[in-house]
Design a protein around this ligand. Structure first.
Ligand code: ZN
Ligand code: ZN
Ligand code: FE
Length: 764
């Protein structure tokens, strides 16, 4: 009955509200408020119709935002008066697939405490590995299409048993409309395959798995986003074997610990780091190793940090309940730079040869996600690799990015698609030069197109014509726009921080094609989302051997010293040169002189390589960013200092005098730690001095730091702090990686802004 005291409303809510228990929450809230009507999922939003007493309806609306599930994100909520239909109760009605608009897809979530209690209780979920509820469990990894309902996930083939169905249908139940809901009677199960037998009983699997790990074996375990390889981190033979089979010489392994308390034994954990570890995203967190820790250098590759994470599936918890397995190496199930394995047959094929057991389960992984990696720098979580738990959460941009596909970089590729004002950055895909990874890229593009009802109307790609992420789209008959790599880095930082006007941008990385055909990587711009002006750059130095110079940091050391001293440095008996065959050095100088395969570069990343090699820390690199990581790691032992080396800022920033001072220090016996600190400080000084100069010249008071070089904790912390002290608004990355993993976001927003300005003429 309609009276002055009643009210009927339609409510439309958009945000991350699917797969996070939002409709059950609305149902319960409506019941609490004595309201009738319905709620449903539409592709782009949740729609609610409520009828009831005016004060109840108003309080209901208020409480939607106040009491929403923790993992949900409400972007907007619109209410409009509606027609009274005299509903008899409140119900959840069938989802409607009606729109092409964006819907947030929830990332996969770590198992919740309530579900952990369930697997310990005497029930049909006792020791059940796939226990989940609306607050936890797989999401993105099982979604095939939207709206997010069971038939559109890889749970489609599992029929719920009567008890599970009852929970699924009961609005007051924690599993109400939990799409992956299942139990040991009706859901997926693990199978363990060993050379001798196949096991399906979970208790026997856990016993066997424990036995293998503790006796130095390797087990392949199918996880949420892909397979892992596990072994005992305290067994050096097992670790060495794992390295050998993974074809992974020295790259540090991540270790899963049973609790934060266990991690404390080996690493220092700050409050922010603990929050990251315990979050529903459950990333690998890079932590500083405690002095005197017993964790072997075979795991950490003698760095001063270790990647740690906590169990995030019921299976991890059950396995690590055994105090003997308080830690295990848990590394991506792949060989070298291939994408993480997700297929059962292929895993059995590839892993059986060297694993003592392979654990599969009978539900497909639809969307592959690797473990995400984060690190706290200056009190803030920074994403180094963005995948499980984070992707495909969107980033709200200040402009219409609809229809734009940004294709990313080549080595740490992620692509990005634009829906309305949202940028949806894909999960970490990897090195496109690897055939399987390119296949993963292609397949993911298709899947995102389908999930987000997306058709590209503009393609933004890197300026480099030879990047596979550029050439792959050669045959697409869609307008294209080439974006300079370092401009895209800064734009990415601006976009994630919601900055729209001009900034002073510091774009420091390993490599990216510049407008002048040289390899840039030490660029100081003033820029906005449309244009940039290059004010300063690091002095060009030959990169002898091209790509090979990145893999062999000694080459860059020789090139930098040759540039700074001529042949003089050869007479100085520098220790690192004694490690390199004399003929190699002569050949290198010869190709520099003759300009053979020695492109010019302004890369700051390569300067970190050079100094790392000069100090003998890393002459040949066996994993990405090894040289700068080792250079940063040695700083550990030095008391805080602001001392730095001399440099010149003109149009080019020259470190020639720095390099001359560094070799003097080396010969004089100064500790590597001190030299490294002074070198890092030199880069900080250069940033602060040039920021000051440009503020004077342009009046711009915002500074943005981007590019892989800013994954360096010492550098980022010191630079950010100093700039803020100087009165700058300093912007850094935290939501997307500062390396090429975040590049596509920058490409996307630049393309959008140029399109807004009718600058499609820059399309190529
Ligand atoms: Zn749960
Ligand atoms: Zn069941
Ligand atoms: Fe880059």
């Amino acid at each position: 009955m309609i009276t002055a005291e009643t009210k009927t409303l339609d409510i439309k809510i958009q945000g991350r509200i699917q797969g996070v228990g939002f409709r059950p929450f609305i149902y319960r809230l409506a019941s609490d408020h004595n309201l009738h009507g319905w709620v449903n999922n539409q592709t782009s939003h949740v729609k609610i119709h409520v009828e009831g007493m005016k004060k109840n309806v108003d309080s209901f609306v208020k409480n939607i935002t106040a009491k929403a599930p923790a993992i949900s994100v409400i972007d907007y909520l619109i209410t409009s008066d509606s027609k009274f239909e005299a509903y008899k109760n409140f119900s959840i009605i069938k989802s409607i697939d009606s729109s092409n608009a964006v819907t947030e897809i929830s990332p996969d979530l770590a198992v919740c405490d309530d579900c952990l209690k369930d697997i310990k209780a005497m029930s049909r979920r006792n020791s059940y590995s796939f226990t989940n509820c609306t607050n936890c469990g797989p999401r993105f990894s099982i979604i095939k299409d939207l709206p997010y309902d069971r038939p559109k996930t890889t749970m489609k083939d599992f029929n719920m048993c009567p008890e599970c169905l009852e929970e699924y249908k009961s609005p007051m139940n924690r599993r109400f409309h939990a799409q992956p809901n299942s139990c040991s009677h009706c859901g997926p199960v693990y199978t363990m395959t060993t050379p001798k037998e196949k096991l399906t009983d979970i208790k026997s699997i856990l016993t066997e798995c424990t036995k293998i790990i503790l006796s130095g074996g390797i087990v392949a375990i199918k996880g949420i986003g892909g397979f892992h390889l596990a072994c005992d981190p305290f067994n050096s033979k097992a670790v060495a074997k794992l390295r050998a089979v993974k074809n992974r010489d020295k790259k540090p392994f991540a270790v899963m610990f049973s609790s934060v308390k266990e991690i404390y034994k080996y690493a220092e954990v700050s409050k922010t780091e603990e929050e990251s570890l315990k979050s529903v995203r459950a990333p690998i967190v890079i932590l500083k190793i405690r002095p005197g820790s017993t964790i072997s250098s075979g795991i950490t590759s003698s760095l001063n940090t270790i990647g740690c994470f906590l169990p995030y599936t019921p299976f991890h918890y059950m396995l690590m309940e055994n105090p003997d397995i308080s830690a295990m190496v848990l590394t991506s199930g792949n060989i070298s730079s291939e994408p993480i394995e997700i297929d059962n047959d292929s895993a059995l094929n590839r892993f059986s040869g060297f694993c003592d057991a392979v654990l599969t389960y009978n539900r497909d992984i639809q969307n592959r996600t690797d473990d995400s990696v984060v690190r706290t720098i200056n009190g803030k979580e920074r994403i180094l690799r963005r995948s499980r738990g984070y992707a495909p959460e969107s980033i709200t941009t200040g402009t219409n990015v609809e229809g734009i596909l940004a294709t990313g970089s080549e080595l740490k590729t992620c692509f990005c698609i634009g829906k309305e004002n949202k940028a949806v950055l894909s999960q970490h895909i990897g090195d496109l030069k690897n055939f399987e990874t390119l296949e993963f890229y292609r397949e993911s593009l298709d899947r995102y197109y389908n999930l987000y009802r997306f058709t590209p109307s503009l393609i933004a790609h890197d300026l480099h014509p030879d990047y596979i992420s550029t050439s792959y789209f050669d045959n697409y008959s869609v307008p294209k726009i080439a974006i300079q790599h370092h401009h895209a880095h800064i734009a990415s930082c601006m976009a994630e921080n919601g900055v729209s006007n001009d900034v002073i941008g510091f774009s420091f990385d390993g490599t990216g094609l510049g407008d002048d055909g040289h390899i840039w990587g030490g660029e100081i711009f003033t820029c906005n989302f449309v244009n940039y002006k290059r004010h300063f750059h690091f002095k060009y130095i030959p990169l002898p051997g091209g790509d090979k110079a990145a893999a062999e940091p000694w080459r860059m050391a020789v090139s930098a010293l040759y540039s700074a001293t001529g042949r003089e440095f050869l007479e100085m008996n520098l220790p690192f040169l004694r490690e390199i065959p004399g003929t190699d050095i002569e050949i290198l100088l010869d190709i520099i002189d003759k300009k053979i395969n020695s492109p010019l570069t302004s890369s700051v990343g390569r300067l970190f390589d050079a100094v790392s090699a000069m100090l003998g820390l890393c002459l040949y690199s066996s994993f990405d960013a090894e040289a700068p990581m080792r250079l940063e790691a040695v700083i550990d032992d030095v008391p805080e200092t602001n001392e730095h080396y001399p440099f010149q800022i003109e149009k080019e920033i020259s470190l020639d005098s720095s390099f001359r001072a560094i070799i003097k220090d080396i010969i004089g016996g100064t500790a590597a730690a001190v030299i490294s600190t002074k070198f890092h400080n030199t880069i900080v000084e250069i940033i602060c001095s040039s920021a000051d100069l440009l503020r004077e010249e342009t009046g711009i008071n915002k500074a943005a730091l981007s590019g892989g070089v800013f994954m360096n904790g010492y550098l980022l912390k010191k630079t950010e702090t100093r700039l803020k002290k100087m009165g700058f608004e300093a912007f850094t990355h935290s939501k997307v990686p500062s390396n090429d993993g975040g590049l596509a976001l920058g490409q996307l927003v630049i393309a959008a802004h140029r399109r807004n300005q009718g600058r499609s003429n820059v399309c190529v």
